[in-house]
Structures are given as structure tokens and as C-alpha cells.
Design a protein around this ligand. Sequence first.
Ligand SMILES: Cc1cc2nc3c(=O)[nH]c(=O)nc-3n(C[C@H](O)[C@H](O)[C@H](O)COP(=O)(O)OP(=O)(O)OC[C@H]3O[C@@H](n4cnc5c(N)ncnc54)[C@H](O)[C@@H]3O)c2cc1C
Length: 465
Amino acid sequence: MAKYDVVIIGAGAAGLTAGALLAKLGKKVLVVDRDEYLGGRAMAIPHEGYRLNLGGHLLEDSGSGITKVFEFLGKKLEHGTVNQGLPFWDNQLGKWRPIQERYQVDKGELKKVITILCDTEFGQLDQWDHAPLRHWLLQHTQSEGVIELFEYVAMAECLTEHWYDHSASDNLYVRKMHYQEKRTAGYSFWPVGGWDGLFQTLADSVVENGCEVRLRTQAQRVIIERGRVVGVALESVDKAIPTEAFNYEIVETECVISTLPVWNVLSVVREQDLPDWYVAQIKTLAQDHFKVCWLGFYVATHEPIYTGTHLTELAVWFEAPHSRLPGWAFLTSGVDPSTAPEGCHLFNCGFAFQGLRPREWIEQKFEEAERDLAVMYPKTFTPKNIIWKRRHLVGHPPFGVIQKPCLVGRYRPDYVVPNVDGLLMASETFRSRGIGVDRAARAALTCVEQVIGHRLPEFKDSWHY
Ligand SMILES: Cc1cc2nc3c(=O)[nH]c(=O)nc-3n(C[C@H](O)[C@H](O)[C@H](O)COP(=O)(O)OP(=O)(O)OC[C@H]3O[C@@H](n4cnc5c(N)ncnc54)[C@H](O)[C@@H]3O)c2cc1C
């Protein structure tokens, strides 16, 4: 029976980060994923000569997160294009406007609030897990412009229907990190080499350090005996015969890092092996109602679809003309021309909503969203310009768990599984802070330090739990 120091379930941002760090630190590691591609929810796949990013669009690391992980591994994560221009759709006027026109910010007042935030310890922000962002802001400013600016960034980052209902703590953590490290409210970039390049580099690092990454390998069960992890039952996704089942390979280990999100972790870790209150916490967050979903389009075109502000713009709307949904759009080939064949362009957009909806509702919204795009991009979202378009639905899995009050910070299940020796949960849906891929990487770093039993000095200035 093969034996590993650590088995990591999932080869997304969290799993590959944990695997690469532990391999570098000399542990014998196995990373498994049931998919054929690396990257989990943020994977990039080839499609008809284009490269579609199924998840990742922009990476929100101001330097101390996944970028620092790359440095530790002796690799480089190059920060590529940063969006130039944030046009927003004014549905009352029926036109695009520069974001500056919406937010008339009193600069002195903004500076004051930023200074207060930067002077506040990260730990103090934990006290705001229960409250909306606006409650924290109102303690320090009455300026509607400043409040709206903070809420706009939160909306663009976290995609909720209700912009006024974001968690204070989760958003302030990110604002503080970005202000301190980059002197800006929101910092995001396209990774040079693409998202597939980013995940491949991490996987290469696992292998270069003598460890394994196995794809199309499903973890069926974390084997827990008398409160300790003893192994993992694995099964190949590729069946030798169509009816093949229960042909498990058992690997021995005393430590498992699961990177499975709250929606599917209980299919691999049995409920009866966990405390009931911990299971209840997982199930609360896993409710369909709290999933951040969207319906969207990948569109390949001859001429670029954009508002005219800049090819690298990030366009946002709070209300689209027909669907009435909030959303975002950007030209993938604008930020990275290699994602489309020469002379062609790739456009990507999403219309966000909270919680899974019935099929009929989604079908109707897809129809309305197509009409929205025809109104918002009348010259380029046209049959003549479109080479192909693909509808896509983000719900299984979703973008994430909604970052609302009482669903963040200490309200999320701990990354150290209580009462089970050797089981850790590295996932942005468990206790963690940050945004998306960077958040997952920081969660992994926390778990890695837990496994080795001490903090890594190289990450002393990188915020993570
Ligand atoms: C459409 C979309 C757009 C997004 N846009 C952005 C963005 O622009 N920027 C950003 O930073 N973040 C973005 N995110 C969020 C980001 O993708 C996630 O937060 C991040 O990728 C989560 O990484 P993870 O490793 O924690 O989890 P996951 O990526 O979910 O990884 C879990 C892995 O476990 C594997 N798995 C599941 N069950 C098993 C099993 N039984 N056995 C083996 N393997 C298993 C899955 O295949 C998956 O690879 C987006 C997400 C979506 C869905």
C-alpha cells in the first residue's frame, strides 16, 4: 500500500498551493483531482482554437498571497494587464458612463477613512463579521460618495444582487491588504501565461520536488478510525468497464488536506466522523440559497465587443435593461490576446444572481440577457460580428458562498477539523479571507503551517489565518 505524509484532495488553487509548498518543505505528498484539467473552479480549457477561462478572470493578490507562494517556490508569478477603465451601464440614461461620473468622492474624506482602516489591526476587523460594510463606514464618514465607492468595489468583487448587504469584515480585510500593499482600493491583474500556466507551474513544482499529482482520480472517502485519519480511498474516474464500481485503491496517510468546498466535502468525509455542530455549520453555508451564481456568455467575434473605453476595460452594471440583473463583462482577448486566434476576439460576461433558480427562470433570463447585450453593445453584439457564442451557467459549482454578514469569518467552519486528528480543510468556503484564487491560496498556506507545526518566516508579512 502506498504511503504519503500528506494526501491533498483537489488540484485547484488551494490543493496545488498546499501540494507545492509541502513538497518544497520535504513532505511526501500526493495531490488528486477527479477532473482532467488542473485549476478546479478557476481552470482554463482549450475550445475551438480559443482558451476559455471557466473561472479565473482577474487575480486579486496585491503581492503577499499567491505571488509570495510562487517566490517561495523559486518561481515567478508575473502580474500582467490591470484593467484600464471601469465603464458602468446607467440603465436610466441607457448608456455607458465612466465610473468617475458616478462617484463624486471627497478625496479628503476618502483619505481619512483609508487611514483609519490601515490603522485598524486585521484582528479588530473580525468583530465586524456580523455586520454590513455600511455599518462600519458610517462610524467614520457620512460621505455618500465614499460609502458608495467602497460598496461598488465590493459589488464588483463579490457579485451579489444586493450591493448594500456585503459583509464588513470580509471586504475590509481585502481593502486593507490592497491599500497597504498597493495603495489602491482594489488591485487585480491577469496572470502572465494565463490561468492554465499558473496552475501548471504549481503542479510542476510538486513534481520537481519528487511528489505526485494524479488527475482523473476521485477521492471516495477519507478513512477515519477512532478519531484519526489513516488513509484515503481513491478510484479512477476512467472505468475499465461501464459497470465498474467500488474498485478502490487505499493509500495510507496520517494527514489529509481536503480542498473541497462546503457543497461537496460531505460526500468524501462521512458526517458520522465529524462533530454534529461542525456538520451543521458546513450545511448552513452549503445551502443553495447562499451560492453566488451567474449566467453568462463566451462570444467569439471578428471585431472586439467593448464599450469603447479601453480593450482591457472591466464593464459593470447594477441593472441590465431587460433581465434587470447586475453583471460584468470584459474582453478576455483584450487582457490576453493569446486567448483567441489571431484576428479574432473573445468576450466574456456574467449576469449574477444569488441562489440556484428553477430551469424556466434561467432560460428566460438567458433570453433577456441576450437582448441586454444587444442594447448595451449595439454595434458589436450582432449576428454579423459573432463567430460563435456559448451560454454558460455558474451554479454547480458556484462562484462561491455569498460574503454576507454572519456567513463569513468565524461563522465559517474552522480549517482544523475538530476532534479528528490529521484532517484539515483548505478552502475559501471554510474559514479564510481574501478573494477567489488568492483566498484559496492563503487558506492553503494556513493549513500547510498547521501541518508543519510552525509559521513560515517568509510569510510573516502575508496576512492569513
Ligand atoms: C465562474 C467563476 C469565475 C470566477 N472568477 C474568479 C476570478 O476572476 N478571480 C478569482 O480570484 N476567483 C474567481 N473565482 C473563484 C475561484 O475560482 C475560486 O475561489 C477558487 O478557484 C477556489 O479554489 P479551491 O482550490 O479552493 O477550490 P476548487 O477550485 O473548487 O477546487 C476543488 C477541486 O476539488 C476537485 N474535487 C472535487 N471533488 C473531488 C473528489 N471527490 N476527489 C478528487 N477531487 C475532487 C474539483 O475537481 C476541484 O478541482 C471564480 C469562480 C467561478 C466558478
